[in-house]
Design a protein. Structure first.
Length: 311
């Protein structure tokens, strides 16, 4: 298999299950997962030095850059003990989405220098992802960036044979999850802007779905039958599996395994807040319902979340 043909991207959407999905897929023995780089968002719009600075310091893949180095070193020391009450930290490096700190200091430096010598965005992206393909030689390298649904034409320009995957969610639940996330991160948040963000992401998805062969599923489908979704994606990628592989993927990516809590048991300060569907009913005011219907109610109907506007 040519290297150009063994890369896939989870391209959307925010707070809709993309982290859950990359965690799940990274547990397959033939897949290496990469944490969120947003590379196609930056590489084509910014200079190579600026893109490199952002990539190595401000993305989820970078884990806050050098500022997080002491925390990562400490984690390596205490994780052998922590794994007894938080099993997720006991996963092997290759069983979770790779971050900057999955690489040695020498490898980080080598990769950075290689990227800084690139002449254009295409070369930059090829060199970055190629570094991990060369190091791990996986059947599939899969990266997830929830904002990449906007960058699908760029991805296909660089990797015309890549596979694309998107997870979407009831927009009302997205808005609630987005609000909690913004509050925890100290980011300004507005109800209407959040609804319009969801609408924009869904419209990009629908636009590119047929044009580029985008594979999609809903967060609710993953909740109701994660085993079925795992099978469908592995079939989409042409990968083999058995019950043992599927059981491992589902169990070790589950909300319970990751958080130590049961679904529905909330932690408002956690990235994994509640892990359920339909929570919007506990929060939406009548005014917010009418605002959502006006701005994006048609998409709820088109996606099958509602039959009409009477909700």
């Amino acid at each position: 298999m040519k290297k150009e043909n063994n890369i896939a991207f989870i391209v959307g959407h925010y707070k809709c299950g993309t982290t859950w999905l990359i965690n799940m897929l990274s547990l397959h023995p033939d897949i290496i997962g990469l944490a969120e780089t947003n590379l196609f968002k930056y590489a084509f719009d910014k200079s190579i030095p600026e893109t490199t600075k952002i990539l190595f310091n401000y993305t989820a893949w970078a884990e806050r850059g050098i500022r997080n180095l002491p925390k990562n070193l400490l984690a390596k020391l205490v994780n052998p003990v922590r794994k007894f009450w938080k099993p997720v930290v006991g996963l092997k490096v290759t069983e979770r989405p790779l971050t900057r700190y999955a690489l040695s200091i020498f490898e980080q430096y080598s990769l950075k220098q290689k990227l800084l010598k690139c002449q254009n965005p295409e070369e930059y992206c090829l060199n970055f992802f190629g570094f991990f393909i060369e190091k791990y030689n996986p059947k599939w390298l899969i990266e997830k960036s929830a904002d990449h649904v906007r960058a699908i034409p760029r991805i296909k320009k660089v990797y015309p044979n890549s596979k694309l995957i998107a997870v979407f969610r009831d927009g009302r639940d997205f808005v609630i999850s987005h609000r909690h996330y913004a509050r925890n991160m100290g980011i300004a948040w507005d109800f209407e802007e959040s609804v319009l963000l969801w609408k924009e992401m869904i419209e990009f998805q629908l636009k590119y779905e047929k044009e580029f062969g985008l594979w999609t599923c809903s967060y609710e489908e993953m909740l109701n039958n994660s085993r079925k979704i795992a099978k469908e994606i592995l079939n989409f990628l042409g990968l083999s599996y058995n019950d043992q592989i599927l059981n491992n993927m589902i169990h070790k990516s589950s909300f319970e395994f990751i958080t130590g809590r049961k679904r529905g048991q909330a932690n408002s300060k956690s990235f994994y807040r509640k892990g359920i569907a339909g929570d919007w009913k506990n929060y939406f005011s009548n005014k917010e319902k009418e605002t959502f219907k006006k701005l994006a109610g048609d998409l709820l109907i088109r996606l099958g979340y509602e039959k009409d506007y009477n909700w």
